[in-house]
Design a protein around this ligand. Structure first.
Ligand code: FUB
Length: 446
């Protein structure tokens, strides 16, 4: 993980703090995040997630979801993400119940150069209905500033808004409240136009929420988390119009052990499809403090979606001169384990533990660029010492470095000259040739 403050801006009373982040999975490594709505706007991907915080006595409901505001994140390469700061916050919206900490899963969409941010939350006035209403904030740019509407969308009660605009320009709003609902939006994007339809051919048993609709090759894909067994898995149904009928078609991602919820969005960016979802990487024993992730998604020839197996490596190309985190691996042997560096502050990230010699870990897609790199630097600790070897591409690929680590009780950075240099994009395989209990925080090349 890498993040550093970039600049501070003041728009009225909302402070936008921009942070630069480098990440694999989870994508956001300095705070909790959930329910990612990813969108391609211009040449960038923007993510509008929920922002989980931990409830304490007098601040939210202890042991439950607690969300006060929303940040937006942007990237052009899916590796370096910029936190463009807070876009909407609960107590700055007149109709929102003060300190309700219920800013649940949002969405954002562009129409005619305006960006419409939809968010579900608790209204202060029960005339808007009990439970959740859905608000809209409007901006001229994807990162805001967003101006909230004075009232929520009329006649909509529920959570997890999602907006889809069809090729003819007609916009649709979807949301969830036990079932999934959909309706046309007027061209102002702020009011329903016509009747609300219950998308009723979905599974009848088990909670469904988090609708996200996209279109590919004339097929409308309605995706949603559904509790088919114990916790939410990501499923989809397909149809030939935005409001159905939809036919249940398959599972996109199985249940995630230890995290009851999941929540998805799917985009195509630079000819590759991606699934954005969440888990609870930084909070293994409390699943209301979640973290967003992304993995590549592929279709079968008949248009069905291949199941996505969650990875830690995630998406994007890693620059060889940046800190490479092998703990976000692509593959590993059983005698290599991953643990937090500091369980009292899990945002410090993870370390890779080579328990005995022969252990290996693979980290895919590192860009060595064109300029000749000369050294590798590894941050390590080992109570016994050992020798690490770095191969390119596979175990039989060229050895680019052999790193001898002497016994050390403290983390230290070791610099070793590269034996070989190969330009371009390669997978890295790091293996323990001698010794045991060698721990690696990160590795980089210079
Ligand atoms: O984040 C709160 C709720 O959890 C969302 O609205 C649901 O989709 C689930 O992810």
């Amino acid at each position: 993980m890498k993040h550093c403050p970039k600049f501070l801006l003041f728009f009225g009373s909302i402070v936008l703090i921009t942070l630069k982040l480098t990440a694999q999975n989870p994508l956001i490594q300095h705070m909790f995040s959930a329910d990612p709505s990813a969108r391609v706007f211009g040449d960038s991907v923007y993510i509008y997630p929920s922002h989980d915080i931990i409830a304490t006595e007098g601040k939210g409901r202890v042991g439950w979801f607690c969300m006060e505001d929303y940040h937006v994140f942007a990237s052009k390469n899916l590796t370096d993400w910029q936190d463009d700061g807070i876009v909407v916050t609960q107590n700055k919206i007149p109709w929102v119940k003060e300190n309700s900490y219920s800013m649940w899963a949002p969405d954002c969409i562009e129409k005619n150069g305006k960006y419409y941010f939809y968010f579900p939350t608790a209204p202060k006035d029960t005339s808007y209905g009990r439970g959740f209403a859905i608000g809209v904030a409007v901006a001229d740019k994807p990162s805001g500033p967003f101006v909230p509407q004075a009232e929520p969308v009329k006649n909509v009660h529920g959570v997890d808004p999602n907006v889809f605009i069809d090729d003819d320009g007609q916009a649709y709003l979807y949301w969830a409240l036990g079932n999934i609902y959909g309706a046309k939006l007027k061209s102002n994007m702020l009011e329903l136009d016509g009747e609300i339809k219950t998308l009723g051919t979905l599974p009848g048993k088990g909670l469904k929420e988090g609708p996200y609709l996209f279109k590919r090759n004339g097929i409308y894909y309605l995706t949603y988390p559904h509790v088919a067994d114990k916790t939410e898995q990501l499923e989809y149904a397909t149809g030939n119009s935005p409001l159905g009928e939809f036919k249940v078609t398959g599972v996109i991602m199985d249940e995630t052990p230890g995290c009851w919820t999941n929540h998805q969005s799917i985009i195509q960016y630079k000819n590759q499809w991606y699934l954005f979802y969440h888990s609870n990487d930084y909070s293994p024993s409390f699943d209301k403090a979640r973290s967003i992730r992304a993995d590549s998604l592929f279709f079968n020839v008949d248009g069905t979606i291949k199941k996505v197996i969650p990875t830690l490596r995630g998406i994007g190309v890693t620059n060889a001169i940046a800190n490479i985190q092998p703990d976000r691996y692509s593959e590993k042997s059983d005698d290599v384990s991953i643990n937090f560096i500091d369980t009292s502050n899990r945002f410090k990230g993870w370390k890779t533990i080579f328990e005995k010699n022969g252990g290996w870990i693979k980290y895919n897609t590192v860009d060595f660029g064109k300029k000749k790199l000369k050294n590798v630097i590894v941050k390590v600790v080992s109570t016994t010492g050992g020798t690490l070897q770095v191969h390119l591409d596979n175990m039989n690929g060229p050895v680019i470095s052999t790193i001898v680590i002497s016994k050390t009780m403290e983390w230290k950075e070791i610099k070793v000259p590269l034996l070989n240099y190969e330009a371009g994009i390669h997978h890295l395989i790091i293996s323990l040739k001698t010794g045991a209990n060698v721990e690696v925080d990160w590795m980089k090349f210079e």
